[in-house]
Design a protein around this ligand. Structure first.
Ligand SMILES: [Zn+2]
Ligand SMILES: [Zn+2]
Length: 379
């Protein structure tokens, strides 16, 4: 579908973005580059939603299709050794959002060259996917009231799937998530005289074990859910019982009821395990992203378009990872899609310091966008 030199240019944009990663809501250079290219191709460009967000439109009237790419990087020190490695210590594109951005830009160039005869194509370049919820902020600031769309789609490169694979599930795609910090407080004392202090360490250990059992005992075995304690901080000496411990972690689920049960149990378990050791627990529990749930007709449309391209649309998943595209799917019908992007041999996963978006799948992702835009705007 694309001229070879246009593909080469898109890979060059990807490498340029990779060299200059920007964290959530700080994507100023990235946003500038996106807006500059789109303006040059004749798109009507709007900037400023969620600060660094870029929305661009072409065509007139209904139907309106929204195509979304996330643009932010992660706070990770890059270890790929690539020629286009990050030039900014402590920041890197370890999730492939540089690839998502370049893919949608390549598609945008092609859509502009072909023209949009009927309906409207709306491109959404969204900041801060990684944990700040840039999609939520764009929606709250009026994304879909200023730019109403009938359907919205998002793609993530998926290193767990071979190139040529494409997944659009009819319903559950990615889980909802929360994060928690539990501070356990008690009286400290001499390590040789435990009877004179409270069991802060015992409470922390028992709480960690009990929290991770919650999905197994509080949810139906048919209902997915997970609680992972990922940090425990306490103590500073061999012979001192500490007076404070902090446990942190994350919970994942799909169903609304499961989310309520998990939160209630986390609070109950932490409070009870602390009390059993003479301690108290301060619980900070925050829900972050809802579950990413596709609508079946839009998922079917995506699979049809992918199948036209010869991609293998066999179903797999869902994933217990999370995605803030959920906030857009809460507003309008649409689908979140995985594009197979595994590398031969060593195939680092998303968020690895060795991860680098697989440029070999960039043209297929962009071609999918162009075909989907054609199909969806025909109504
Ligand atoms: Zn990520
Ligand atoms: Zn990502």
């Amino acid at each position: 579908m694309f001229d070879q030199d246009h593909i080469a240019e898109a890979i060059a944009w990807r490498h340029d973005l990779h060299r200059h990663p920007e964290l959530g809501f700080e994507e100023h250079r990235t946003s500038e580059m996106i807006a500059g290219l789109l303006t040059g191709w004749g798109w009507r460009v709007h900037r400023g939603l969620a600060g660094t967000g870029v929305v661009a439109q072409m065509g007139q009237g209904a139907p309106v299709i929204g195509l979304r790419a996330d643009i932010d990087a992660l706070p990770i020190n890059e270890a790929t050794g690539a020629a286009h490695a990050s030039t900014i210590p402590g920041k890197m594109h370890a999730c492939g959002h540089d690839g998502h951005t370049a893919m949608l830009l390549l598609a945008a160039r092609q859509i502009a060259a072909e023209g949009v005869e009927q309906g409207t194509v709306t491109l959404i370049f969204q900041p801060a996917e990684e944990s700040e919820g840039g999609a939520r902020v764009m929606v709250e600031q009026g994304l879909f009231t200023q730019f109403p769309v009938d359907k919205v789609f998002g793609i993530h490169n998926w290193p767990g799937l071979a190139p040529g694979r494409f997944v659009a599930r009819d319903d559950k795609m990615m889980a909802a998530f929360s994060v928690f910090d539990i501070e356990i407080l008690g009286k400290g004392g001499h390590g040789a005289m435990p009877e004179q202090s409270d069991g802060v360490i015992a409470a922390a250990g028992r709480t960690a074990a009990a929290l991770q059992e919650i999905p197994a005992r509080a949810l139906s075995p048919l209902e997915p859910g997970v609680v992972s304690v990922t940090q425990i901080h306490s103590g500073s000496a061999y012979n001192v019982c500490p007076d404070r411990a902090v446990l942190s972690g994350t919970c994942r689920w799909f169903g609304a009821e499961a989310g309520d049960i998990i939160e209630e149990r986390v609070r109950r378990v932490a409070t009870a395990e602390a009390a059993a050791q003479g301690c108290t627990a301060n619980i900070d529990y925050q829900r972050r992203y809802p579950a990413t749930i596709n609508t079946a007709p839009e998922a079917a449309l995506a699979r049809e378009v992918a199948a036209e391209m010869g991609l293998d649309t066999a179903m797999t998943g869902p994933s217990m990872a999370s995605e803030d595209f959920a906030f857009m799917l809460n507003e309008v019908p649409g689908a979140y899609l995985w594009l197979g992007a595994a590398r031969e041999g060593d195939n680092p996963g998303l968020h690895s310091a060795k991860f680098d978006f697989n440029d070999a799948v960039l043209p297929a992702g962009a071609e999918f966008w162009v075909r989907l835009a054609r199909r969806a705007t025909r109504g």
